[in-house]
Design a binder for this molecule. Structure first.
Ligand code: DGP
Length: 113
């Protein structure tokens, strides 16, 4: 089932887009948890990490490569950042369209609460 992220992909609702190509979109999180909080998503609708298939391997790899590119462009690559993908209820997933959070700009605690 489509989510709000499909509406963002289709430009039906606005988002602060930081990167876009044919397969990937990245935009600033509406509720930032760090000075830099960006979501990197595939345009393909994949609800959760559990739904990733072998055929999606390159696409999922591109999420990491896009995150790396954004970190460099926004100049927090050397200082550091965290990549997170939440899955289902215990993981804290609220939007069922896989997305990689990029969090940066402050010291992040570990382990997560
Ligand atoms: P998660 O909890 O891992 O499913 O993260 C979903 C994130 O999506 C959450 O941090 C808030 C963000 N989000 C939800 N709706 C919108 C929206 O309409 N626009 C933007 N930019 N972010 C959204």
């Amino acid at each position: 089932m489509s989510t709000i992220f499909t509406k963002i992909i289709q430009k039906e609702i606005p988002a602060d887009i930081v990167y876009e190509d044919d397969e990937i979109l990245a935009f600033r999180d509406i509720s930032p948890q760090a000075p830099e909080h960006i979501l990197v998503i595939p345009k393909k609708e994949i609800p959760t990490v559990n739904d990733i298939e072998d055929a999606d391997a390159i696409l999922v790899g591109k999420l990491f490569l896009t995150a790396k590119k954004i970190a460099k462009e926004l100049a927090f690559d050397e200082k550091g950042y965290r990549l997170v993908m939440n899955c289902n209820e215990d993981g804290g997933q609220t939007v069922n369209h896989i997305h990689m959070h990029i969090l940066a700009g402050r010291q992040l605690s570990w382990p997560p609460g």
